[in-house]
Design a protein around this ligand. Structure first.
Ligand SMILES: O=C(O)CC1=CCC(=O)O1
Length: 260
């Protein structure tokens, strides 16, 4: 898989297809494979770029803590490196924070965004510090089970469909996870996000235990003209537990804004 050599960091990414660019930014503790089930369901004529955040997947793992500014800068430098402008940026959870920060900073790069299962602010800093500390102390096992409960519905878990995703969380480098917790805990985008006016689709899962629908809807209401859509039966990761519904919502948005 290609690595983008940014001045101080190597970022792992995949760049597939050709046409109008769509960039995918994943959630905490995961990697670019989070989008595997969605990409084949999207219409032709798109350049599909996905990457691993610092500290995740095949990207470098700098020592924690990280800042949201650094995560946004990584996305910015990757898009500059790939010569991408005017993309639709799709960010889920932590990736949705990156989407908001990037749109505020570099509107030349982003012509539309999809904010999935995210908010202008996620949780409170002390909870993120406590979570980071437990991973620093005892590794990913400290958060794996509780994460599955927040991410996936009871039914999904009863069918053991969460197990491969638990393995992915367990494979995350503790330093990367701890670093990203600091970035999330230190981020409050209420004011900058309220200034955004670009075309935006906001998606939420009715069973999301991490960013519940009311929180996600509140962020949609900050952005003038944003569309809000609730994916019924889905949890925190619709690309995993409801890829068809996610792809259908994303494809509709791309068509409505003339991106495909
Ligand atoms: O781990 C969680 O509960 C949910 C989450 C918050 C930010 C992110 O990317 O995932």
């Amino acid at each position: 898989m290609p690595l983008a050599f940014l001045p101080d960091l190597r970022l792992n990414y995949r760049d597939e297809g050709s046409g109008a660019p769509v960039v995918f930014s994943h959630a905490l503790g995961l990697d670019l494979t989070m989008w595997d089930a969605v990409l084949p369901l999207l219409p032709p004529g798109l350049r599909l770029i996905r990457y691993d955040h610092r500290g995740h997947g095949g990207s470098d793992v700098p020592a924690p803590p990280y800042t949201m500014g650094a995560l946004v800068r990584d996305a910015e430098r990757l898009l500059d490196h790939l010569g991408v402008k005017d993309c639709v940026f799709v960010g889920l959870s932590m990736g949705g924070l990156v989407a908001q920060g990037l749109a505020v900073k570099r509107l030349d790069l982003v012509r539309g965004m999809v904010l999935s299962n995210t908010a202008a602010r996620i949780g409170i800093e002390s909870q993120w510090q406590a979570r980071a500390q437990s991973v620093a102390d005892t590794g990913m096992e400290a958060v794996a089970d509780a994460t599955m409960e927040r991410w996936f519905s009871r039914r999904f878990r009863a069918e053991d469909r969460h197990l491969p995703w638990r393995e992915r969380v367990m494979a995350c480098q503790p330093d990367g996870y701890v670093g990203a917790c600091a970035a999330i805990g230190g981020t409050d985008f209420y004011t900058p996000t309220a200034s955004l006016t670009l075309p935006t689709l906001v998606l939420s899962g009715s069973e999301d235990g991490s960013t519940p629908p009311d929180l996600v809807r509140e962020t949609a209401e900050l952005i003038a003209g944003a569309e809000f859509r609730l994916l019924r039966g889905s949890g925190h990761l619709p690309p995993v537990d409801a890829p068809e519904a996610f792809a259908e919502a994303l494809s509709g948005f791309l068509r409505r804004i003339g991106h495909v």
